[in-house]
Design a protein around this ligand. Structure first.
Ligand code: ATP
Ligand code: MG
Length: 548
């Protein structure tokens, strides 16, 4: 992201050149009420990469001005997620650290005649705010004296009033074309304990006053946020100016990242977890960083994906398949490629000696010799993928096994299927084949061509494993289901668990390690995995539907 030019870089560059700032300081301000999702990666990269590019710094600031529903679990989790992405904040700060300063600055506003205590209820305030085409109505309490306002605000702070009984409002312009400027609420009464400040406060500042002051106190030069805050910018500037903040921060907005078929909302994640649809914030089907990490997506893949979406002031939607493309780009040369059979079909090679096992040397990654090689066993009984066999060849395009047809078992021998064994329901349960010893892989045999190459896992040494195959949590939106509650849009196949086999090399595969399973896809060892039961998450299939 930092290499290519974008409009925020241009602004930063101009500010540095003109001497308006000497060092770039940014901040990433998550609310600690849930874990981060992939949309946040755009904000994180923009904040960290751009500051870093100009030798500046970035703070992580927990926007914890709202005392309800915020938790220590998320404070730690968000820091872990940012570290996993590869970023290190200059300082870790909390919005609540600045409550004293924010309070003092609001006293200053009152003294300047620019803030007043309003006795109207939240409903009354909202009803008199006006509309896009019509101005608002002045509150009957708008012209209280400075002394009265100072007294009432102090008493609000001292806990003399109940929740909702009074608020502090900025005195700006009830007729402003920008609704945010129509005497916005600056402070509200909430008799709740705060996770950091405990019971020190029973009044809490609103985002619109807290955020600019926090930015200014931390010396943030460029306060980058998403485009829905564009209409708040005049208020941001008003707060910094009228509170006479010594440092002037500037807000710059950029478009939100969204991805096809992906819902990025904390409320939705929580609902899915509450309803038991998702197993937790780290469910591999959720676009949370925890979920994506558990599924097997790498920080590099997420970052190249997000960088590729570019940065502009327009909200953009990106196809999900692109993420798989970047995952494959990242793992292609880094990961070992092993054999796994997800839907096994047993093959008995009737002319291969019983009890004999031979080991074939196989490169770990045919595209990257430096990864070395390993041995795979071959014996009389092997598993192949069900999908690699069909009883009768449909046409000449079928390049896999069929009755009376010969294929190469990759890195081993040609086998020919002579007999198909079925159960009483007609289901194919076993194939009887013969192999030709002359066709051993690497022997230079050129006598005839097999009808394709398929992979296998030797049965007696195979390790059984669970494979988790994922699809979207919700079905595609159609005009018919558009307005249905999400419960009725759930995709029943969003998680399919199947039992299959992997080659013995994978016996001790550690959690989070990633592999390509030959002719299938990229997989990651799940956190549920143990030596007693290996569990692999399919990150994505090899055939990417995305083309640049
Ligand atoms: P909520 O509105 O539920 O609090 P949020 O996603 O806005 O959710 P924050 O913790 O406030 O969560 O987000 C921190 C920062 O990340 C904000 O500056 C926000 O603008 C930015 N951000 C959030 N979602 C996206 C997105 N999809 N694309 C880019 N930036 C985002
Ligand atoms: Mg938010």
């Amino acid at each position: 992201m930092a290499e290519t030019s974008n409009f925020i870089k241009t602004i930063m560059e101009n500010d540095l050149k003109a001497g308006r700032v000497s060092k770039i300081v940014t901040r990433f301000p998550p609310e600690p009420n849930a874990y981060l999702h992939i949309g946040h990666v755009r904000a994180i990269m923009t904040d960290f990469d751009l500051a870093d590019f100009y030798g500046g710094t970035t703070n992580l600031r927990f926007d914890d001005t709202n005392p309800t529903k915020e938790g220590e679990e998320f404070v730690q989790g968000i820091q872990d997620d940012i570290a996993w992405l590869g970023y290190k904040p200059e300082h870790v700060c909390f919005g609540s650290d600045y409550f004293d300063e924010t309070y003092k600055r609001c006293i200053l506003l009152i003294k300047k005649g620019l803030a007043y205590v309003d006795d109207q209820s939240a409903e009354e305030i909202s009803a008199t705010r006006g509309t896009l085409t019509e101005g608002g109505k002045d509150s009957p309490w708008r012209n209280r004296t400075i002394e009265e306002n100072l007294d009432l605000f102090t008493r609000m702070k001292n806990g003399e009033f109940k929740d909702g009984e009074k608020v502090l409002r900025a005195k700006i312009d009830m007729k402003s074309p920008n609704i945010n400027m129509r005497d916005p609420v600056l402070y509200r009464i909430l008799h709740v304990s705060h996770q950091h400040t405990k019971d020190k406060w029973c009044i809490y500042p609103m985002y619109d006053i807290a955020h600019p002051l926090q930015d200014s106190i931390e010396g943030v030069t460029h306060s980058l946020c998403t485009i829905e805050f564009e209409n708040h910018r005049p208020l941001y500037d008003w707060c910094i100016r009228e509170c006479e903040m010594p440092h002037v921060s500037h807000q710059i907005e950029f478009g939100k990242l969204s991805i096809t078929h992906v819902i990025m909302s904390k409320r939705y994640f929580k609902l899915m977890i509450e309803k038991g649809v998702a197993s937790g914030f780290d469910d591999p089907r959720l676009p949370t960083l925890r979920g994506l990490r558990r599924r097997g997506y790498t920080p590099e893949a997420l970052k190249t994906f997000v960088a590729d979406t570019g940065l502009s002031r327009i909200n953009s939607e990106t196809p999900y398949e692109k993420l798989d493309y970047f995952l494959m780009e990242d793992l292609k040369l880094k990961t070992n490629r092993y054999n796994a059979v997800i839907h096994p079909l047993k093959v008995v090679i009737t002319n291969y000696p019983e009890g004999q096992i031979e080991y074939m040397d196989v490169p770990n990654n045919v595209e990257n010799e430096t990864l070395g090689s390993h041995k795979i066993p071959f014996g009389r009984e092997v598993y192949i993928e069900k999908a690699d066999f069909i009883e009768t060849m449909p046409n000449r395009k079928w390049k896999r096994l069929a009755k009376d047809v010969e294929v190469r078992l990759m890195h081993a021998y040609f086998i020919k299927c002579n007999e198909v064994i079925k159960d009483k329901n007609g289901e194919i349960i076993e194939l009887r084949c013969t192999y030709d010893p002359a066709t051993k892989s690497g022997s230079g045999f050129e006598g005839r061509k097999p009808n394709g190459n398929i992979h296998f896992v030797e049965a007696s040494t195979a390790i059984s494993a669970e494979f988790r195959l994922f699809g979207p949590l919700l079905q595609d939106e159609t005009p018919e289901n558009k307005d249905l509650p999400f419960e009725e849009k759930l995709n029943p196949n969003s998680l399919i668990k199947v039992m299959g086999y992997v080659e013995p090399t994978l016996k001790d595969a550690p959690i989070e390690s990633k592999y390509q399973f030959v002719r299938n896809g990229y997989y990651c060892v799940d956190t549920d995995s143990s030596p007693a039961k290996l569990v692999f998450n399919r990150i994505c299939e090899l055939k990417s539907s995305f083309k640049f």
